[in-house]
Design a protein around this ligand. Sequence first.
Ligand SMILES: [Zn+2]
Length: 139
Amino acid sequence: MIVLNLRCGNGHDFEGWFASSAAFDAQLANALVGCPHCASTDIQRLPSAPYVRTSHAAPSSKAPARTGDAAALAQAKLRQLAQQAEDVGKAFPTEVRRIHHGEAPERSIRGHASLDDVAELLDEGIGVLPVPPAKEDLH
Ligand SMILES: [Zn+2]
């Protein structure tokens, strides 16, 4: 279905819907296209390009997501989770291992671990999540 901008001999502009440009030409040749205002069949097609009528066009581009905000949000969420965890301080690597081996009740803990500790824990297949310190902790 195409929509053509049409104008009759009396200067009425209107839209005509046709199966195709060829269908319009055929109907025009047979005087089957009439102005809805004055029924004139003296119709000319305006030079504007025909367009395909679709359902309401969705906006093609949304504003790009602000990834910086998303990252900050994720870090804030991590910190929130970390604050809900039990703080075991410097016993963290030991306690994580005990939980991992079923020697301590399973729970969320947080604490301090050196990079070496973290690397060792990861080597042992223990998932640890480094949480960046909150800005206020850096003072
Ligand atoms: Zn007319």
